[in-house]
Design a protein around this ligand. Structure first.
Ligand code: NAD
Length: 500
C-alpha cells in the first residue's frame, strides 16, 4: 500500500505524526494510500530547511529563477496526461476536467516565467536636488500555502511557482483528501532543477495548520478553502503578524435576461452547475431568471436530466463522484432540507442510480443532477454553499431586482449575466458587488496575467492570487533615496577622464 510522503529538506519521508484518514478513491471507496501527519520534529526540520533555502534562493538572479519556471513548465506539459490521470483517481474528476485542472496550473507557471519584468521597481531621477529615488521588490522569506481538495493541481500552482519565482522558499500543506497529485507536482519541480529544499510539502490536518500559522519563520500565508476555515486562518495568521490572503467559499449567481439566447443559457447553466459535481468555487449555483426568461426552465430541466456522473475514463460522464461520503451526506441532507422548506425539486439527484457502466463502483459517492425552483432567500439551500451538483432557480422582475439579490448575498466570488443587451451587461458589470464577472461567460475565471479577485465573504485579505497582485503579495518594496553631491565628482578624477 502506498504511503503519502512528506518532502522535508529535500528528502521524501514518511510522516511520523498521528495517523490520518486514508486517501480514498471517491469512485469506488478503494484505498489509494495511507498517511501519517508530519511530526513536530519533522515540522521543525522543514521550517529550518525552508529558512535556509530562503536565505540562499533570494541571492539567485531573477532570470535564473525564471529559467527554473521554464523547465518546470516544460516538464508539466510532458507529464500533463499522467498528472491528469493521477488527479482523476485522487478526486474522481473526469479526464477532461482533470486535464483542465493541471492546465490552469501550467498557465500560472507560464506567468512566473516572466518574473523578472514583474519584479521591476520604480525610479524617479531628481526627486529633490541631487537626489534620486528608486524602489526594489525583495522576497519575504518563507511562505506557506494551505490548499483545498477541489483543485489539487491548479491551486498549489497558484501559489508556490510565483512565490519561489519572487525569491521565497515555500511550504505547501495540501488537502488531506487528495495529496497524491501535489506530491507528484513537487517531484517534477525538483526534477526541473529546483534546489531540493526550496519547496517542502507537509501533510496533516488542522493542528498542523495551526502550528505553521504560529511559526515565526513563516512570513506570508496563502489559503484556499471553506469560509469558516478561511476566516480562522486569516485571523490566526494576522494575529501572528503574517501577511495572509485567504480565499473562501462562494454562492455564484447567473442572471438570465429575457433577451438571452435560450440554448446558450441552458448549455452554460448545465455545464457550470454540475461540472466537477458542482465542486468548484466558481460553479454557478443559482440561476436568476429575469421576467420572461423563466420560460427556459423546462428546457433546462430536460437538459440537466440528460447528464450523468461516471468514472474518470468514461467519455460520456458529465462529471465524477463527490469527494467523500461525508460530502455526499451533507449535500443529500441539504436537498431534503430544500424540499422540507418548500422549494420545488424538479430533478432529485438522490433518485439517480448507477447503471451497468458503474458495476463494481456502486459504492462511489455518486449523486445525480438536482434542480430546484421556487427558491427563496431564507432557505438553507440558498444560504449555504452546497458544493454539489445542485442548481437553484430564482425568478425576479427586473435587472435591478437581480442586482439587489446578488448584492445582498454575503459571498462575492463570481457571477455572470447572459443577455444580448450591451446596456444591461454594462449596468450589471458596474453595479454588481462581486469580484469576477462574466458577460455571456458562465465561469469567468481570470487568466493568470490578471488576478483571481473574489470579494466580500469569498476573500479575506487585500492582495489576490496570481497576476501582479500575487507578485506584490510575495514581495516587499524597498525604497531608496540616494544623494550624490555634485562636487564629489572631482574626487574621482579617473572616472571623469574615463567618461570623457
Ligand atoms: P477546507 O476548508 O475543508 O480545507 C482547506 C484546507 O484547510 C485543507 O488543507 C485542510 O486540511 C485545512 N483545514 C480544514 N479544516 C481546518 C481547520 N479547522 N483549521 C485549519 N485548517 C483546516 O476546504 P475543502 O473542503 O478542501 O475545499 C472546498 C472549499 O474551498 C469550498 O468552500 C470552496 O468554495 C472553497 N474554495 C474556494 C476557492 C476560492 O478561490 N475562493 C477556490 C477553491 C475552493
Amino acid at each position: 500500500m502506498q504511503q503519502v510522503k512528506q518532502l522535508i529538506a529535500g528528502q521524501w519521508q514518511q510522516g511520523m505524526g498521528e495517523v490520518m484518514a486514508d486517501v480514498i478513491n471517491p469512485a469506488d471507496q478503494s484505498i489509494l494510500a495511507t498517511q501519517n501527519a508530519a511530526s513536530e520534529q519533522q515540522v521543525a526540520e522543514a521550517l529550518a530547511s525552508a529558512q535556509q533555502a530562503a536565505n540562499e534562493w533570494r541571492e539567485v538572479p531573477a532570470p535564473e529563477r525564471a529559467r527554473l519556471m521554464f523547465s518546470f513548465q516544460h516538464l508539466l506539459k510532458q507529464h500533463h496526461d499522467e498528472l491528469a490521470e493521477l488527479l482523476a483517481q485522487d478526486t474522481g474528476k473526469t479526464f477532461a476536467d482533470a486535464k483542465g485542472d493541471v492546465w490552469r496550473g501550467i498557465e500560472v507557471v507560464e506567468q512566473a516565467c516572466g518574473i523578472a519584468s514583474n519584479l521591476m521597481g520604480e525610479t524617479l531621477e531628481n526627486a529633490a536636488r541631487d537626489i534620486d529615488c528608486y524602489s526594489y521588490t525583495q522576497p519575504l522569506g518563507v511562505c506557506l500555502g494551505i490548499t483545498p481538495f477541489n483543485f489539487p493541481a491548479m491551486i498549489p500552482m497558484w501559489m508556490f511557482p510565483l512565490a519561489t519565482a519572487c525569491g521565497n522558499s515555500f511550504i505547501l500543506k495540501p488537502s488531506e483528501q487528495d495529496p497524491l497529485t501535489p506530491n507528484r507536482i513537487a517531484e517534477l519541480f525538483i526534477e526541473a532543477g529546483a534546489p531540493a529544499n526550496l519547496l517542502q510539502v507537509l501533510h496533516g490536518g488542522p493542528s498542523l495548520v495551526d502550528r505553521l500559522l504560529e511559526a515565526p519563520e513563516i512570513k506570508a500565508v496563502s489559503f484556499v478553502g471553506s469560509a469558516h476555515v478561511a476566516e480562522h486562518v486569516y485571523h490566526k495568521g494576522t494575529q501572528h503578524n503574517k501577511r495572509v490572503q485567504a480565499f473562501a467559499g462562494a454562492k455564484n449567481h447567473m442572471v438570465v435576461m429575457p433577451d438571452a439566447n435560450a440554448s446558450q443559457v441552458v448549455n452554460a447553466l448545465v455545464g457550470s452547475s454540475v461540472g466537477a459535481a458542482g465542486q468548484r468555487c466558481m460553479a454557478i449555483s443559482v440561476a436568476v431568471l429575469v421576467g420572461d426568461a423563466k420560460a427556459v426552465i423546462p428546457q433546462l430541466q430536460e437538459e440537466m436530466a440528460k447528464v450523468s456522473p461516471g468514472r474518470w475514463n468514461d467519455p460520456d460522464a458529465g462529471y465524477g463522484p463527490l469527494i467523500s461520503e461525508g460530502s455526499k451526506k451533507r449535500v443529500v441532507n441539504l436537498i431534503q432540507q430544500g424540499i422540507d422548506e418548500g422549494a420545488s425539486c424538479l430533478l432529485d439527484g438522490r433518485e439517480w442510480q448507477p447503471g451497468e457502466k458503474l458495476a463494481g463502483a456502486e459504492q462511489g459517492n455518486w449523486l445525480g443532477p438536482t434542480l430546484f425552483s421556487d427558491v427563496s432567500e431564507s432557505m438553507a439551500i440558498y444560504q449555504q454553499e452546497i458544493f454539489g451538483p445542485v442548481l437553484l432557480v430564482m425568478t425576479v422582475g427586473s435587472l435591478e431586482d437581480a442586482l439587489a439579490l446578488i448584492n445582498r448575498n454575503p459571498f462575492g466570488n463570481g457571477t455572470s449575466i447572459f443577455t444580448s443587451s450591451g446596456a444591461a451587461a454594462r449596468q450589471f458589470q458596474h453595479q454588481v458587488s462581486v469580484g469576477q464577472v462574466g458577460i455571456n461567460v458562465p465561469i469567468p475565471v481570470p487568466l493568470p496575467c490578471f488576478s483571481f479577485t473574489g470579494w466580500k465573504g469569498s476573500f479575506f485579505g487585500d492582495l489576490h492570487a496570481y497576476g501582479k497582485q500575487a507578485v506584490r503579495f510575495y514581495t516587499e518594496t524597498k525604497t531608496i533615496t540616494s544623494r550624490w553631491f555634485e562636487g564629489d565628482v572631482a574626487g574621482a578624477p579617473n572616472m571623469t577622464i574615463h567618461l570623457k
